[in-house]
Every structure is written in structure tokens, then in C-alpha cells.
Design a protein around this ligand. Structure first.
Ligand SMILES: [Zn+2]
Length: 431
């Protein structure tokens, strides 16, 4: 119980840090917010973009067998008919007879309302697709849906991609972008929101290869979490999703779960979708083997990565309270600012001038920040709290030796580096 309380407390501290330092704000806050929506602030958008760029580089640019797309958020409703989402994409909903609040049936353990203790009614299926209308008339014919996953566009565009990219099976299509689900009970900060961002891959294979490919992507996802993001291995767990609990399209699914402050919960998923989607979208087999001439429906392995959940796991994983400071031990490559530049004293123009020049030079290469408020110690702690890996201070020695004090975030160790060597030093330090 004590542990639970501390973890809740930690979650509050993280939410408060995110708001105070400009990582994540409540959405539409001045109007009282909107149903668990959040906005990424100046530092949050940097962290999020760093994750997405690293992902794209690793899974698209550095590979020969992958291409990307960026599809429309709203697709022809026939897509969702064919994909099964209009029929199957739902959660069981129960309503309290007394206070009328609604809950996901699988989230409440008893027959009583968790809010008021009233009796809960019968469970019914609630479709999670977020609906709107295209054009001026709000009628059935104009009804459309925001995509509940980025995946479908990669199936619908399969032939266009194949014909323009000259790829051969095995190959994959990658996409990052927003998806929308009308969740009955969003919650836990940015963990479950109705508007969220995904990074997804649809990897097309021959049916016989599915087990090997699944294993291969399982390892790729593991390496991404532990090597690229640097998440603690002990905090990540794999769980095989049993029959009956998998999404309607999946023949095998592994959830990668992470020990969030509110408990072990799904971070990413890996699914074997078989040929379910391509078969539903294409009347004729869309792929022809060049050697045998055989036409067939490729099978699909789908690694899915939640962007917002990546952000939350990273901040939580990196958050450390030390005796005098709070520090975000993010990998330098992911940190919002790579370097902070300070003049030792604000009222010494000769120091400020050099610090400004160094800052202007470094800003061409790295996301850098300048600070001359308060004392040096406070500036260091302020940068530690947002994960800036290096702080440079221009002091009186700098005037004579053309060097600066470099202070390292994690060890707090200091060293002198020549001004002319700074770009190289930082490049090495953040790669
Ligand atoms: Zn109630």
C-alpha cells in the first residue's frame, strides 16, 4: 500500500514537472480542459520529434526493405467496413443506473459503480470509432470516421506503393501519425487519450515465413526499447495475448508491457494479421511473384509503437531524484536541448559577449539554450530537470585560454574544452 502511494505521488510529480517546464500541458486548459486531452509544449514537442525521427531513421532510412507513407486521417468509410472496424472495433460498456456514469465493463471488477456504489446495468458493445461529417449536411451519406489506427492506409495504398517503389516481398511500409478512439474511460495522463499518435509498420511476407518474421520483429522492438530509447530492461515485459482477447484481425499478438507508475501496462504491440486486411481490400491478389508468376495475398507482421506512451515511459524511466536535484537522465540524443550556454556573470559584458557568440554558433548545429539568470548552481539544476546533457560556462579563464567549463549532467563532472573544439565534442557526446 505504501509503495502504491509513493508511485501515485511520483506520477503527480512527473505530471507537475511536465507542466511546469513545458513538456505537456492539459489541452484547452483556460476553458477547463477537454476530456483528458493534452498539448505538447516547447520541450515536449522536441522530445516527441526526437523519438519519431530516431524511429524513422532506424526503421526506414537505414533499411533497404522499408518505405514510408503519410496518409489522410479521414478515409473512405468503406475502408472501415472492409477492415471490420465498424462491426468489431468496440469495447463492452456498462452504465451506472444511479449516477449514469459509463465505464468499460472489463475495467470494473464488481457489479457496483466505482464512483457512487450504484447498481451497474447490463454490458453492451460500444464502437470506438470517432465520427464526423464531411461537407455541410449532417446526414448518414456524409458520415465519416477519423482513423482508429494508421495501419489501414498502408493496406489500402499497398498497390500504389508496390508499383512506385519497386519493392519485393519481404518489405514493409511505415507510417507515423495521429489516430483517434472514442475511449469510454481515458486516463492516466497521456497513457490513454482519445487522440494519440502511432508509429506503425506493416511488414509484408510470404505466409510460410510468418513465424520467423514475427520473431525477428519481436527482437527489433526489444532492441528499439532497450538500445535506442535506453529503457530499463527490468521494466519491460512481454505478454502473449491469449485467444479471445486479441484484436479481431490478429492470429498472434505479443504486448510489450512497461512498469508505469500506475502499474504494468501496454507500451507497444506486435501482431500477426495474416492476410486478413489485403484480402478484404483487394478483390484480386495484389502481389505477383516475379519468378514463378504466382499471384497471392501477402501476409503481414505489424509492429505498433505508441508515441505518447513512449514519451511517458521515457520521462518516467529517466526521472531521478537525487539529494539536491531532480534530473532527467534521458539519452543525449533524445534530450530536448543538447546544450545550455551560460556567461558566469550576467553583468560582465566581456563574458556575455563570448557566451552569446558561442550560443549563436552552436545553435546552427544543435538545439541549444542560453541562460544568464540567477547563479550557476541554479542554472545547472534547471537544465538537469529537463535533461540537457551538457552545460557550458564562459568564465574569466575563457578570456585568456579560449575555452569554457563543460559540465556533464549525469556525473556533474566538469572539464575545460577549447571553444574551437565544442562542435566536435558535442557531436561525439550526443551520438
Ligand atoms: Zn454511479
Amino acid at each position: 500500500m505504501k509503495e502504491k502511494k509513493e508511485e501515485n505521488n511520483l506520477m503527480e510529480k512527473i505530471i507537475s514537472l511536465c507542466k511546469r517546464r513545458g513538456f505537456i500541458f492539459p489541452g484547452s486548459e483556460i476553458y477547463g480542459g477537454l476530456a483528458n486531452s493534452y498539448d505538447y509544449g516547447p520541450l515536449g514537442v522536441e522530445l516527441k520529434n526526437n523519438i519519431k525521427n530516431l524511429w524513422w531513421k532506424r526503421f526506414v532510412h537505414q533499411r533497404n526493405d522499408m518505405v514510408g507513407i503519410d496518409a489522410a486521417l479521414i478515409m473512405n468509410p468503406k475502408v472501415w467496413e472492409a477492415s471490420g472496424h465498424l462491426k468489431e472495433f468496440s469495447d463492452p460498456l456498462v452504465e451506472c443506473k444511479k449516477c449514469k456514469r459509463r465505464f468499460r465493463a472489463d475495467h470494473v471488477n464488481s457489479k457496483k459503480c466505482p464512483d457512487c456504489g450504484g447498481v451497474l446495468g447490463e454490458s453492451r458493445q460500444f464502437n470506438l470509432m470517432l465520427k464526423t461529417f464531411l461537407g455541410p449536411a449532417e446526414e448518414k451519406a456524409n458520415e465519416v470516421f477519423f482513423r482508429p489506427e494508421t495501419a489501414q492506409a498502408m493496406f489500402v495504398d499497398f498497390k500504389n506503393v508496390l508499383e512506385t517503389s519497386r519493392k519485393k516481398i519481404p518489405f514493409g511500409i511505415a507510417q507515423t501519425g495521429k489516430a483517434f478512439r472514442n475511449e469510454i474511460t481515458p486516463g492516466n495522463f497521456i497513457f490513454r487519450t482519445r487522440e494519440f499518435e502511432q508509429m506503425e509498420i506493416e511488414y509484408f511476407i510470404k505466409e510460410n515465413d510468418w513465424k520467423d518474421s514475427f520473431k525477428y520483429w519481436q527482437k527489433e522492438m526489444w532492441d528499439w526499447m532497450t538500445d535506442a530509447l535506453g529503457l530499463k530492461k527490468d521494466s519491460i515485459h512481454e505478454s502473449d495475448v491469449p485467444d479471445g482477447e486479441r484484436a479481431h484481425y490478429s492470429k498472434k499478438t505479443i504486448d510489450f508491457e512497461y512498469d508505469f507508475p500506475f502499474g504494468k501496462s501496454e507500451l507497444y504491440g506486435l501482431a500477426y494479421r495474416a492476410d486478413f486486411d489485403l484480402k478484404n481490400h483487394f478483390k484480386e491478389a495484389p502481389y505477383k511473384d516475379e519468378e514463378t508468376g504466382e499471384k497471392f495475398y501477402p501476409h503481414v507482421i505489424e509492429p505498433t509503437f505508441g508515441v505518447d506512451r513512449s514519451v511517458l515511459a521515457l520521462i518516467y524511466d529517466a526521472y531521478k531524484e537525487e539529494s539536491e536535484r531532480v534530473v532527467l537522465k534521458l539519452k543525449p540524443m533524445l534530450a530536448p536541448y543538447k546544450v545550455a550556454v551560460f556567461p558566469l556573470l550576467k553583468n560582465k559584458p566581456e563574458l556575455v559577449k563570448i557566451a552569446r557568440e558561442i550560443y549563436a554558433g552552436l545553435k546552427k548545429e544543435f538545439n541549444a539554450v542560453f541562460d544568464d539568470r540567477g547563479n550557476i548552481g541554479k542554472r545547472y539544476y534547471s537544465q538537469d530537470e529537463i535533461g540537457t546533457p551538457f552545460c557550458l560556462t564562459v568564465d574569466f579563464e575563457s578570456l585568456e585560454n579560449n575555452d569554457v567549463t563543460v559540465r556533464h549532467r549525469d556525473t556533474m563532472a566538469q572539464e575545460r574544452i577549447k571553444i574551437k573544439d565544442l562542435v566536435k565534442f558535442l557531436e561525439d557526446g550526443i551520438s
